[in-house]
Unconditional design. Structure first.
Length: 646
């Protein structure tokens, strides 16, 4: 490498270190990182069993387990140690992609690509998260690097002896196979990136070589990956078959694409701002056209391989993943991270091509060269500006923070009385709660902890109804004078807000400050605390067609509660037209799903009772309640109900 390239790359690496270690443990661990903390404490056999039932393979956890072992027992905050492990892979990605771009094009492309990786808010986010994604991106990129070296070696003629060339070919194939296998044992979606790389190799082989010996060697390398993964393949297939962490349906493709654009440009956040993505989308669309055009023009004087690599790597995995999620709509933009390195190569290589127009402009008007450089500067300013905005959001804007488990747990302990317990809704969030309650902590940090529902992994079928919640609260909270309720993903397991309704009705809620992306409630309980397993219905209801039942109505100060039940499975999407009228005045008029938009009757469990609170302004005593129930899809009326309110 040239000295200037080395020194500049070193400066970028130093900047990358600062950006990735800055505020590394300022934010709390969130749920996924809590799972990492729990699994990395397990023994190897238990770890393998647990990951076989989870949604990720075991390699990342095994390596993190080995990294954390010398530090046991963990001093202070575990977040820094776990996140540093990710930061190391995120840091290694900077020189790796820089050197790859230099190999594909030149020094300028290499440095620009390294710069893009260095300041990327997306890469910094995952370098500061205790999950496998930084390691996955590095391994996929390393596999692509061995692919580049393999193809470059196969095209050399006369520069080396035949024996030396063959030895390097075998070495690159072996390294590609080992790296690809490691990526597969890190995340299931690595398979899509490896497929893209394999198709890229086939593209080059068909266009340039058709050498049967090369085909046999590459087929053997992929066979090694497949054979090495066979022991884990049943676990992967079983997990995809039984995954109940999402509702069936159809993926909103436009929304998924906008989320992805937002992530690739502004960074990964829990807050999605569609207006920001739409603002930058036209400009990035224009930039992509310029980058690809410049790289296509380079083909006239050089190899077409770099652009082919980018297009295979950037486009094929997202297409396959989005197709997979189309009918099973469990999607998160992080699933497409395996294609992000190709995005960085496109920016770096395309900007370098625009900056060096003499490589593709010959007998052209003189004004085209300065114009191309202006476009290069403009596109780099676009990338730098959006990266700066993303980093400012990540470092400084509380709206982009992770779920504040650490802060909420600390507040609980500062204000908790000895007779109070903790209750987690949803129960599968216990790993992150336990991560801040180490077993060797002082007694004051010990707290009885209960889960509702009692599940290990999120299951959308485990929806809390009135009876189940009451039974669990009566059993878990017997003898306690208070409870701290932690609400996370409760919109999935308790969409009818049964737990807060029962605790608020039969306990006394205390004032608690808000916490980012996490609900914390505090209730004092009377000595005779008991939540009835049947709702306190004042007025009887009725049964409608297709198995929907209004169990009853309960008027109270400020409004009334309606209690609904499904008497059969697979209800259609049902809506209710509701009106409360008194003295020819309409006090309330609604046309909605019985328990709200987010909890359609198609998701109800048969036999469970779900409450809904309807606030009513003014005195509604003596008013009449009118209900008409209908199928939202067909419009068919399923029944009507009318009663006088006391």
């Amino acid at each position: 490498m040239r000295t200037r390239f080395r020194l500049t790359l070193l400066l970028l690496v130093l900047l990358a270190i600062l950006l990735r270690l800055h505020h590394l443990d300022v934010q709390s661990l969130w749920y996924d990182e809590g799972v990492t903390a729990r699994v990395s404490q397990m023994g190897v056999a238990e770890l393998a069993r647990w990951t076989a039932g989870d949604i990720q393979p075991p390699l990342y956890y095994l390596l993190l387990h080995g990294w954390l072992r010398p530090f046991h027992p963990w001093p202070g905050n575990i977040a820094w140690l776990m996140r540093f492990f990710s930061a190391a892979f995120g840091l290694l990605l900077v020189p790796l992609l820089g050197i790859m771009a230099r190999r594909l094009w030149n020094d300028c492309a290499g440095l620009l690509t390294a710069f893009v990786v260095t300041i990327s808010p997306l890469m910094i986010y995952y370098s500061q998260e205790a999950r496998m994604y930084a390691m996955l991106i590095f391994l996929v990129t390393l596999a692509a690097w061995w692919m580049v070296m393999l193809l470059e070696n196969s095209s050399r003629q006369g520069a080396e002896t035949q024996g030396q060339s063959e030895g390097k070919r075998v070495l690159y194939l072996a390294l590609y196979a080992l790296t690809g296998l490691a990526a597969m044992y890190t995340h299931y979606f690595a398979a899509f990136a490896l497929l893209a790389l394999a198709l890229y190799w086939a593209h080059v082989w068909i266009r340039e070589s058709r050498n049967k010996r090369a085909l046999g060697g590459f087929a053997l390398a992929n066979a090694i990956i497949l054979l090495g993964y066979l022991p884990w393949l049943p676990a992967m297939l079983r997990r995809f078959r039984v995954d109940s962490s999402y509702w069936p349906g159809v993926l909103k493709m436009g929304e998924a694409l906008m989320h992805t654009i937002n992530n690739f440009t502004l960074g990964a956040t829990e807050v999605f701002r569609e207006e920001a993505a739409r603002t930058w989308l036209p400009w990035f669309g224009l930039a992509v056209i310029l980058w690809i055009t410049a790289l296509m023009l380079l083909r006239r004087r050089g190899s077409q391989r770099p652009l082919a690599l980018i297009l295979h790597w950037l486009l094929l995995p997202p297409v396959l993943i989005l197709f997979l999620a189309w009918r099973t709509p469990k999607f998160n933009p992080r699933y497409l991270l395996i294609s992000w390195p190709a995005w960085a190569l496109l920016i770096g290589g395309g900007s370098a091509a625009l900056w060096q127009p003499k490589r593709w402009l010959k007998a052209r008007p003189a004004w085209l060269r300065p114009a191309a450089r202006i476009l290069a500067i403009a596109t780099l300013l676009l990338v730098t500006t959006t990266s700066a905005l993303g980093l400012d959001n990540w470092y400084n804007d509380p709206n982009f923070a992770k779920s504040a488990w650490r802060e909420a747990i600390a507040y609980m302990f500062e204000n908790r009385q000895p007779d109070e317990a903790a209750l987690l809704v949803s129960g599968h969030a216990y790993p992150v709660f336990d991560a801040y309650l180490p077993p060797d902590a002082p007694p004051k940090w010990h707290v009885p902890r209960y889960r509702l529902p009692d599940i290990e992994i999120l299951d959308v079928n485990e929806v809390l109804g009135w009876q189940e919640s009451a039974r669990a609260l009566n059993e878990d909270l017997a003898g306690y004078g208070g409870v701290w309720l932690f609400l996370w993903q409760d919109e999935v397991v308790d969409p009818a807000h049964v737990v807060t309704t029962q605790l608020g009705r039969y306990g006394e809620e205390q004032s608690v400050p808000p916490f980012a992306f996490l609900g914390l409630r505090h209730y004092r309980l009377p000595p005779d605390f008991h939540a009835p397993e049947q709702p306190p219905v004042t007025l009887p209801g009725t049964t409608f067609a297709k198995g929907l039942e209004l169990v009853g109505v309960e008027p109270a100060a400020g409004g009334l509660s309606l209690y609904w039940r499904a008497n059969q499975p697979d209800l259609p999407d049902i809506k209710v037209m509701l009106a409360i009228e008194k003295d020819d005045q309409q006090l309330l008029s609604l046309d909605q799903r019985p328990v709200g938009y987010a909890f359609p009757t198609t998701h109800w469990n048969p036999g469970d009772i779900y409450p809904v609170w309807l606030p009513v302004t003014g005195d509604f005593s003596g008013a009449r309640l009118h209900l008409r129930v209908y199928d939202a899809n067909s419009g068919d009326v399923l029944g009507a109900f009318e009663t006088a309110l006391p």
